[in-house]
Write a protein that binds this ligand. Structure first.
Ligand SMILES: [Zn+2]
Length: 166
């Protein structure tokens, strides 16, 4: 499977988010909502994700894990640590399991090499869109948009960057 097209919406003012990407695979499948973020000088492509939810402790309506208050009744929710433990319990995970995050990837590559292929295509498109195809090296990246730090390992997902559209 190959990346055959990348379309970007550049984020002009956000301090972490650089762009939203729409990536086409083999000219037959499109993934929207890939976010390109910059963290410590490295551009990272984050897969689309969605919030996880728990029931409000008062009215039982669903409240996003990271929201402190219920949008329906206004009840303050338990501390985030307690909510994450409740989520782990509901998912049948061990207490303290740090694989459970407040966000869930909607789709993601299985292999590191394909993650890198997607990321490379998005980063290249970003530099091309932002500075033009003849742009030279920028801090942290070479002229083709490849991170200059060889062997940099990226996290499997980017929940710390926050949810799409939040
Ligand atoms: Zn409520």
């Amino acid at each position: 499977m190959q990346v055959t097209n990348v379309e970007l919406d550049l984020a002009q003012t956000h301090k972490v988010l650089r762009a939203y990407a729409k990536v086409t695979f083999d000219d037959v499948f499109v993934v929207h909502g890939i976010r390109l973020i910059e963290k410590e000088g490295i551009l990272i492509a984050c897969m689309p994700n969605r919030k996880r939810w728990l029931d409000c402790t008062e009215c039982r309506v669903a409240v996003a894990i990271l929201d402190d208050y219920c949008g329906r009744c206004g009840n303050r929710q338990p501390p985030i640590i307690a909510r994450m433990e409740q989520l782990r319990y509901e998912l049948g995970c061990a207490a303290g399991d740090d694989h459970v995050r407040p966000f869930l990837d909607v789709c993601h590559p299985i292999t590191r090499s394909f993650r890198e292929a997607i990321e490379s295509a998005v980063v290249t498109a970003y530099w091309s869109a932002r500075d033009g195809p003849t742009q030279t090296a920028v801090a942290g990246h070479d002229a083709r948009g490849t991170p200059a730090i060889a062997g940099q390992i990226r996290p499997p997902s980017c929940e710390e960057a926050g949810p799409a559209g939040a």
